[in-house]
Design a protein around this ligand. Structure first.
Ligand SMILES: Cc1cc2nc3c(=O)[nH]c(=O)nc-3n(C[C@H](O)[C@H](O)[C@H](O)COP(=O)(O)OP(=O)(O)OC[C@H]3O[C@@H](n4cnc5c(N)ncnc54)[C@H](O)[C@@H]3O)c2cc1C
Length: 377
């Protein structure tokens, strides 16, 4: 079994294959710890899914430093009104540099997976009796099955899917930078700022521990390209001029450059995530939540589902496209409704700032906060 990519999807898949008796190789082009452009907010459902595999995994992750334990989010509407959502599942923010290295350490500690870092996949082809992977250094690996967990620019997806490109309406662009000395922030609170200048997206301000903040901006790619928006500049302009942010960033110090990356969002017309002898999980399968932009949880959950599918294939000695469709059906059943609802909501709110203002006011009424939390997942 070959898993390509040792981010949340790939590591969860390897952890879920523990005790399967299968020989598993986990490749990544990077050497860990490696950075990943992200908001660094680990959704509660990511930790819940790992805890269901083995509580020892989450116990280890709760020791991670630096981190900021999150209990609530503050949503600030374009008109300036704001409200708090209190989350049921305990969770934290932690820089992906540390979080992903901790996930890989769990694979190293708890499984017999062969981990190969600095191993970039260049090409993959499906032969009648195996998948053949060619690495950038010329080495070849053959496997019964390849599980593509190689992120938004998945080589496995590009090589093996008949229709590999995502429409811009199903893709977001995001940028982020780290800051310290941000005024007025509360530990345990993630903040989301909506504005007329970045519709169908938002600016986030997430504490990540050790006095640092992950600050970023994400938006639908079709809008970025239609309005020729420079997201890096828009982020910095907002921090300097936004009425709710300018004062808080007056003394702030930026740590490193503003860096960007793509978010393949789910919820529209979903592309297949499998075929003969291959499965895709996480960003490679375009599973990011369109409304909130979180994907770590969906990567972990799909990585675990891919492992279940892999076991079934081995048990039945059947790696056909037909059997793999069970995996697509399970993804659709378990993750599809949430993604579709978020996509519709993102498009609705993104083009109607007045609706966001109204929703923010309504959510402040007693009893309606719970409704708002259910709506945003
Ligand atoms: C700006 C931004 C902000 C975000 N904020 C959040 C957030 O706050 N919370 C949240 O939950 N999600 C967030 N996301 C989404 C989240 O980052 C992803 O959904 C998540 O990382 C997906 O995990 P993954 O394992 O599928 O892919 P990745 O984490 O991208 O891991 C893929 C791995 O594959 C490796 N790889 C790639 N190509 C190859 C190759 N050819 N050969 C070998 N290895 C390869 C990479 O090195 C990498 O380690 C954000 C994304 C962006 C871009």
């Amino acid at each position: 079994m070959a898993i390509v990519g040792a981010g949340p999807a790939g590591t969860a898949c390897a952890l879920a294959l523990r005790d399967s008796g299968l020989r598993v190789v986990l490749l990544d082009k990077a050497a860990f710890p490696r950075d990943k452009i992200c908001g660094d907010a680990v959704p509660g459902h990511a930790l819940k899914a790992l805890r269901q595999l083995d509580p020892a995994y989450t116990e280890a992750l709760w020791q991670l430093q630096p981190r900021d334990d999150v209990r609530r989010s503050r949503l600030v509407a374009p008109g300036g009104a704001s409200f708090y959502l209190h989350w049921k599942l305990p969770t934290f923010n932690s820089p992906r540099l540390d979080f992903d290295a901790a996930l890989l350490a769990l694979v190293r500690q708890h499984t017999t997976t062969e981990i190969r870092e600095n191993a970039a996949l260049k090409n993959v082809e499906i032969l009648p009796d195996c998948a053949r992977l060619r690495l950038a250094d010329g080495q070849e690996i053959t496997a019964h099955l390849v599980i593509g967990c190689d992120g938004a620019q998945s080589v496995v997806g590009r090589r093996l899917l008949p229709e590999p490109r995502l429409a811009r309406a199903h893709h977001c662009a995001g940028v982020r930078a780290y800051f310290e000395h941000v005024g007025g922030s509360e530990s345990g609170t993630t903040e989301f700022f909506f504005s007329r200048s970045h519709l169908a997206g938002y600016l986030w301000l997430f504490p990540v521990g050790a006095g640092r903040y992950n600050v970023g901006l994400g938006m639908l790619s079709e809008l970025v390209s239609k309005h020729k928006i420079d997201l890096r500049q828009l982020l910095l302009d907002n921090l300097a001029t936004h009425p709710a942010l300018a004062g808080r960033f007056a003394q702030a110090r930026q740590l490193g450059p503003v860096r960007g990356f793509g978010l393949p969002i789910g919820g529209g017309r979903q592309r297949p995530a499998s075929g003969a002898r291959f499965l895709l999980a996480g960003d490679a399968a375009s599973l990011i939540d369109p409304l909130q932009g979180h994907g770590i949880d969906l990567a972990i959950r799909s990585g675990i589902l891919a492992a279940t599918q892999a076991r079934e294939c081995v048990d039945k000695q059947d790696f056909s496209e037909e059997l793999m469709q069970h995996y697509d059906a399970t993804l659709q059943r378990q993750l599809g409704p949430q993604l579709a609802r978020s996509y519709r909501l993102m498009r609705l709110l993104g083009t109607r700032p007045w609706l966001m203002n109204l929703g923010t006011r309504l959510a402040q009424l007693p009893g309606l906060g719970r409704w708002a939390r259910r709506l945003v997942g």
